[in-house]
Write a protein that binds this ligand. Structure first.
Ligand SMILES: Nc1nc2c(ncn2[C@@H]2O[C@H](COP(=O)(O)OP(=O)(O)OP(=O)(O)O)[C@@H](O)[C@H]2O)c(=O)[nH]1
Ligand SMILES: [Mg+2]
Ligand SMILES: [Zn+2]
Length: 287
């Protein structure tokens, strides 16, 4: 058996990157019958078939540490949540939703990438640096090729998914990170599309042997309906030190007297983030 990782799936065939080459694999029927669908990002064990040496069958799918639904990718190590400093303006509510989703999915590493920094006002930069100081924020410009090296360094030896609204430059940034993506992924790859994303198939683009990047089509909204309102607070990173110790043991940190967390709003906790927490909490309790 050879171990590898699914980097692309097209029409029932899976491309599995193994140490020496990429195998084109079909999946055993047992997976279909058990409802386990091989997924891009999966670690798998394959058996080579035939005599030309690059075809195989997937025999085993290793347990996943996580699974994103859109784009559908398993075993994601890092999420780059990307917005543009301008054109389009940042939708902070959507940005917070992405951060919450990354936390829910137990993605270890989260980077906020603010692209189009060539168009950024001093106000926007100051706002983001203040409100998101609990997160890793990188300012980039694909147009001026700045910040790319810093961002790339964060992604080494990880599987990273880029997410963000349409038109913020996700594909442009990935092209800048992997300028030789066509050569690196050979015939499996097609040019990453700029502008409106048309392809629905997700693909892991290889930067090096252990470093893969998945692009995604732009999001305009992100539903968090599956989340319990009382769990929401766990996904605001800067709340963590203040979740315990309120007057009421089951404090929701909304309007209770003696709320320790609220005492820190405007100090360690940015008021904007707390307000969006309350809005989202109310949304989740009304569903
Ligand atoms: N000024 C400026 N424009 C940029 C920058 N990066 C990308 N753009 C432009 O922004 C537009 C959208 O870029 P894309 O890379 O297609 O954006 P995307 O996020 O992949 O969009 P979708 O695939 O639709 O989700 C293109 O016209 C790019 O040339 C940047 O750093 N500065
Ligand atoms: Mg794109
Ligand atoms: Zn409280």
């Amino acid at each position: 058996m050879i171990k590898g990782r699914i980097i692309k799936g097209v029409g029932g065939l899976y491309y599995v990157a193994a140490p020496s080459l990429v195998y084109e694999c079909s999946a055993r029927g047992k997976f279909r019958r058990s409802g386990l669908t091989p997924t891009v990002g999966d670690y798998v064990e394959i058996l080579p078939v035939g005599d030309n040496g690059c075809k195989g069958t997937i025999e085993h799918i290793c347990e996943r540490k996580n699974l994103l639904v859109r784009p559908r990718v398993a075993n994601v190590d890092c999420a780059v949540v990307q917005f543009a400093a301008a054109q389009p303006d940042i939708n902070y509510e959507l940005l917070d939703r992405f951060l919450i989703l990354a936390s829910v999915k137990c993605i270890d590493s989260v980077v906020i990438c603010i692209n189009k920094s060539d168009l950024m006002s001093a106000d926007t930069e100051a706002y983001i640096s203040r409100v998101y100081s609990a997160y890793d924020v990188i300012f980039t410009s694909a147009a001026e090729n700045t910040g790319i090296d810093v961002l790339r360094d964060k992604l080494i030896d990880k599987v990273t998914v880029f997410a963000g609204p349409s038109g913020v430059g996700k594909s442009s940034i990935i092209n800048a990170i992997i300028p030789d993506v066509l050569r690196k992924t050979g015939e499996l790859s097609k040019k990453i599309q700029r502008g409106k994303h048309t392809t629905r198939e997700v693909e892991l683009l290889e930067y090096n042997k252990n470093t893969f990047i998945a692009d995604s089509p732009g999001f305009t909204s992100l539903s968090l309906d599956f989340l319990k309102a009382d769990e929401l607070k766990l996904h605001f990173r800067e709340f963590a030190p203040y979740l315990e110790g309120c007057f009421f043991n089951d404090c929701r940190h909304i309007a209770e007297p003696g709320c320790v967390l609220k005492e820190h709003v405007g100090k360690e906790i940015p008021p904007e983030r707390y307000e969006r927490f309350v809005d989202l909490y109310n949304e989740l309790t009304q569903k």
